[in-house]
Design a protein around this ligand. Structure first.
Ligand SMILES: NC(=O)c1ccc[n+]([C@@H]2O[C@H](COP(=O)([O-])OP(=O)(O)OC[C@H]3O[C@@H](n4cnc5c(N)ncnc54)[C@H](OP(=O)(O)O)[C@@H]3O)[C@@H](O)[C@H]2O)c1
Length: 291
């Protein structure tokens, strides 16, 4: 029995579908059972990392569990993950696969990266066999990063990132869950792109004038704090770009190919296959034309 947590989320849902198509026996854990994918032969259980008592049922009798990182404030997220790992240990799960972040480090510029580093430590402390998949930032994040004028502003400098699609992240998670290799692996796209490259390539794909505007971390913070009071959300938004600037997500790996047998999709291939993901650009275009 394979367990997937966060089964209503995007990567969890897609991983579940891919494994169900291969005939694996699945248990899907979610806080919202009514939103879990309906898959033949898959059990759905309610579980919330914030409520440890809800977890034991879900992990019981499981051979391999995919623990999808949950949502929460930086600093608190790792504690949620620890609850999940401890439940896996109580249930003597044979292998835990944890979805982490490329460059996870206690000294990262990105607050969630520091949480992932701590989560990885908690996983190791359980003594359970594990595989950590350190996903690069998702390509999927970009359509929402451009403003109504087609500008993506942020302190990423000209540094590159090896952005990966959620689809390749899910395919890799599915392959690894079926046959866990152990160890810690960066899961990246096949090329590293600067945000200038990203803007130019989305511009060509959508036939809209899009551009990247580099700015200092201070001016990003000031700009965001005009819209909302200073908070951990502002730290996350600025830190996302700063982690790119620091080269934390620059390295490309061959993990997607190694585990799935297919090269990761590049930006054009991915958004052509899933054109609905370009919707935010269409909304911006409608807004600009007043329709
Ligand atoms: N954004 C990036 O660029 C990036 C890069 C690398 C890694 N990641 C990580 O990859 C993960 C999966 O990405 P995604 O796009 O699939 O995210 P998503 O659609 O937001 O799904 C995350 C899922 O986590 C589950 N979750 C949240 N809080 C939970 C809790 N307290 N207990 C149990 N489950 C909880 C939820 O599932 P249910 O609603 O089913 O409970 C949620 O749908 C993210 O959480 C993120 O940490 C992101």
């Amino acid at each position: 029995m394979l367990l997937i947590t966060g089964a209503s989320g995007r990567v969890g849902r897609r991983t579940a579908v891919l494994l169900a198509q291969e005939g694996y026996s699945l248990r899907l854990m979610t806080r919202t059972p009514e939103q879990a994918p309906k898959l033949d032969g898959a059990e759905v259980v309610r579980g919330d990392f914030a409520e440890p008592a809800t977890l034991d049922n879900g992990f019981a009798g499981v051979s391999t569990a995919l623990v999808i990182s949950g949502s929460g404030k930086p600093g608190e997220r790792a504690l949620l993950h620890r609850n999940a790992f401890e439940a896996a240990a109580r249930a003597h799960v044979k292998h835990v696969v944890y979805l982490s972040l490329q460059g996870a480090s206690p000294t990262s510029k990105y607050p969630f990266s520091r949480d992932h580093a701590l989560s990885e430590l908690y996983l190791e402390e359980t003594g359970l066999p594990y595989t950590v998949l350190r996903n690069a930032f998702y390509l999927d994040m970009f359509p929402d990063k451009f403003d109504a004028d087609g500008v993506m502003s942020g302190p990423a400098k000209e540094t590159r990132g090896a952005f990966v699609s959620r689809e390749d992240a899910a395919r890799t998670a599915a392959a690894v869950l079926a046959d866990p290799p152990g160890g810690t692996h960066d899961v990246t796209g096949r090329e590293a792109l600067s945000l200038d490259d990203v803007a130019r390539r989305f511009s060509a794909l959508t036939r809209q004038p899009l551009r990247y505007q580099a700015e200092s971390a201070k001016s990003a913070r000031d700009r965001l704090c005009k819209r909302e009071p200073p908070s951990w959300r502002v730290d996350l938004s600025v830190g996302w770009f700063e982690a790119i600037a620091a080269g934390e997500l620059e390295h490309t790996s061959n993990a997607v190919f190694r585990f799935t047998g297919k090269k990761p999709m590049n930006l054009e291939e991915y958004f052509t296959l899933f054109p609905e993901l370009l919707q935010p650009f269409r909304r911006a275009q409608d807004h600009a034309s007043g329709s």
